[in-house]
Design a protein around this ligand. Structure first.
Ligand code: IPM
Ligand code: MG
Length: 355
């Protein structure tokens, strides 16, 4: 089983190192190979996603990804920015289905900014379409406006678009995931304003007819953003487009009070996947040894489950993480009085020991 390890920037290198430690401790026939990505790759190769890195990722069964980005690249042209690495990997590997669970760990209820009873036991799954929408729609660019509010002036534009097969396949993913949970799907759109999302709603409804055992409802994205902070436990599976999914998944992650704990998986149609923590590269704390490696370790567990077919090993890792939390070990982001603060490396070592 071949794994491409792409640590990236900021805290990426520190947290991925701990996940690698955990993978190595499993004594499975895993072949790990690392490469540069994001700003780190730009520094050395002048491009955030060098050909060799893309090739390694394509040939692997799975990609373990840290995070990319740093303020120091803010002035770069868009094609050279670190973010293009993750977008390029998603597009080139066809990773259209993004799973972003938001789970509130019992021991971390107090870390949320919401009242404990609103989020205790929270377990929702956001399924975000990842290779379409306004992120990738063409045409895009800049030009002199010929119409609009200020004709004759400079303007920029992006195109929001979804094709029928793109919507159908992500809808199937959502309904199938719901079958393994409480059989409820909320499709999030903006059908009251956008043609693209009127189309989205129609097609999700059509696909839903093939899943009579799963309850489907539709919600506008602004309302969904509100319901997520009002009564998040009312949701089970949320399915939405690339842009809305980007925003709502950050919101949902923070509800749990523990963005440092949340893994994610991005899969293509042959179950090849990229696994990364839901959080970013956090340049403000990079190199300090205080980042929480658990989201990356849990992403490695998802990788074992979805792409490598190692359910038992996945569960071992997840149980080890719970054990470590139950022992009261906490990195700074989830620390509370009465628990023991540990470094990134100490946390990784504790998970290995629990294994
Ligand atoms: C995410 C990130 C990316 C996105 C960025 C880094 C391009 O915010 O994975 O949610 O917008 O998809
Ligand atoms: Mg995001």
């Amino acid at each position: 089983m071949k794994i491409a390890v792409l640590p990236g920037d900021g805290i990426g290198t520190e947290i991925v190192a701990e996940a690698v430690k955990v993978l190595n401790a499993l004594e499975l026939p895993l072949e790990l190979e690392s490469a540069l990505v994001g700003g780190a790759a730009y520094e050395v190769h002048g491009h955030p996603l060098p050909d060799a890195t893309l090739k390694l990722a394509k040939e692997a069964d799975a990609v373990l990804f840290g995070a990319v980005g740093d303020w120091k690249y803010d002035k770069l042209d868009r094609p050279l920015r670190p973010e293009q690495a993750i977008l390029g990997l998603r597009k080139n590997l066809g990773l259209f289905a993004n799973f972003r669970p938001a789970i509130c760990y019992e021991q971390l209820v107090g870390a949320s900014s919401l009242k404990p009873d609103l989020i205790a036991g929270l377990d929702i799954l956001i399924i975000r379409e990842l290779t379409g929408d306004i992120y990738f729609g063409q045409p895009r660019g800049r030009r002199i406006a010929t119409d609009g509010n200020f004709p004759g002036t400079e303007e920029a534009f992006d195109t929001m678009r979804y094709s029928r097969p793109e919507i159908e396949r992500i809808a199937h993913v959502a309904f199938q995931a719901a079958r393994k949970r409480s059989r409820r799907v909320t499709s999030v759109d903006k059908a009251n304003v956008l043609e693209t999302f009127q189309f989205w709603r129609e097609i999700v409804t059509e696909v839903g007819m093939q899943y009579p055992d799963v309850a489907l409802d539709h919600m506008y994205v602004d309302n969904a953003a509100m319901q997520l902070v009002r009564a998040p436990k009312k949701f089970d599976v949320l399915v939405t487009g690339n842009m809305f999914g980007d925003i709502l998944s950050d919101e949902a992650a923070m509800l749990t009070g523990s963005i440092g704990m949340l893994p994610s998986a991005s899969l293509n149609s042959s179950n090849q996947g990229l696994y990364e923590p839901s959080h970013g590269s956090a340049p403000d704390i990079a190199g300090k040894g205080i980042a929480n490696p658990l989201a990356t370790i849990l992403s490695a567990a998802m990788m074992l489950r979805f792409s490598l077919n190692q359910e038992e090993a996945a569960q071992r890792v997840e149980t080890a993480v719970k054990t470590v939390l139950a022992r009261g070990l906490r990195t700074a982001d989830i620390f509370s009085p009465g628990t023991t603060q540990v470094s990134t490396v100490e946390m990784g070592t504790a998970v290995v020991k629990a294994l």
